[in-house]
Design a protein around this ligand. Structure first.
Ligand code: PDD
Length: 281
């Protein structure tokens, strides 16, 4: 496997960054995960726009132009012969003597990228079965809308889910509303067939997959409501699913050990999943 680190393509196992890197010391960095489907980068435009927004929020200057970034991602897909999988991209504030305050503006930012292949059949098999989720308190900071590598609460939530026999954790805010998943956006379909998902405000990461699903749902004429839902409303839903660049549309069949709807993947979720790559470009 070949990775990209600060201007060089190098063997993944030998790739590394400084122990002084600000992402290692302070999680002072941002990232993106972009799906590769049939060798193509899906929704690249949306991901690059979000990367620019994350960079702006942290006042980070990416070390490469957008055109150069696009080139690097294509190189990684080609050199690693990835047909299905994802590209991971991370930009950090670079390596500097450990001090909380930003290093001098001359300090070059760090750019790391790599490509990873997935077995698409495994994802399809998982979608046919559906996944279980558990609800856990959303203990994250107040800016989860920025895609930073500061993911400790997400990691702990996901691990708790895994140990409970679930695939994803749904994060619940102080008012009892589900914000999103540890690494995905959360959706329900109510008994009237309306799609419900948290508004893309500062409480969630505005998913690129989420935006694409909203567009597909509009094209299909589905009723859509961007509002927060509670765990109780999810228990009462006809269907539920999660969305993200690595999971796409993944049906949720169980919440906190109780079946949702028929306890099987629902037609709305499966329909959106099937339509996804017709719409995503
Ligand atoms: N996670 N919410 C959170 C907290 C996420 O980490 C992600 C993506 C999403 C979905 O966003 P998108 O549709 O743009 O992938 C929502 C990536 C895949 C990850 O951290 O691996």
């Amino acid at each position: 496997r070949i990775a990209y680190v600060n201007g060089r393509y190098i063997r993944h196992a030998e790739a590394g960054v400084s122990i002084d890197d600000r992402a290692f010391l302070f999680s002072d960095g941002i990232y993106e995960v972009i799906e590769v489907f049939q060798g193509a980068l899906i929704d690249e435009r949306g991901h690059l726009d979000r990367l620019a927004r994350s960079a702006g929020a942290l006042r980070l200057t990416p070390p490469l132009s957008e055109a150069a970034l696009k080139f690097v991602m294509r190189e990684l897909v080609a050199r690693n012969r990835v047909r299905h999988g994802h590209v991971y991209l991370q930009i950090t504030r670079g390596a500097a003597r450990r001090e909380h305050v930003f290093p001098s503006a001359k300090t070059p930012t760090t750019l790391v990228a790599f490509a990873q292949a997935h077995d698409p059949d495994a994802g399809e098999a998982k979608a046919r079965k559906g996944i279980a989720v558990i609800s856990v308190p959303d203990i994250r900071w107040k800016r989860p809308d920025i895609k930073t590598v500061s993911l400790l609460p997400n990691v702990l939530a996901k691990q708790q889910a895994r140990e409970a026999g679930a695939y994803e954790a749904w994060l619940v805010d102080a008012d009892g509303f589900v914000t999103e998943g540890a690494s995905s956006n959360a959706w329900i379909v109510d008994k009237q067939g309306a799609l419900i998902t948290h508004p893309a405000d500062s409480a969630i990461l505005s998913g690129i997959t989420r935006a694409r699903i909203l567009e597909i749902a509009k094209a299909k004429g589905l009723a859509l409501v961007e509002r927060a839902f509670t765990v109780a409303q999810a228990h009462d839903a006809a269907e539920a699913f999660i969305s993200g660049a690595t999971t796409l549309v993944m049906p949720v069949v169980k919440l906190d050990g109780r079946p949702i709807g028929a306890g099987a993947p629902g037609p709305v979720a499966l329909g959106l999943r099937a339509a996804f790559h017709e719409f995503a470009v």
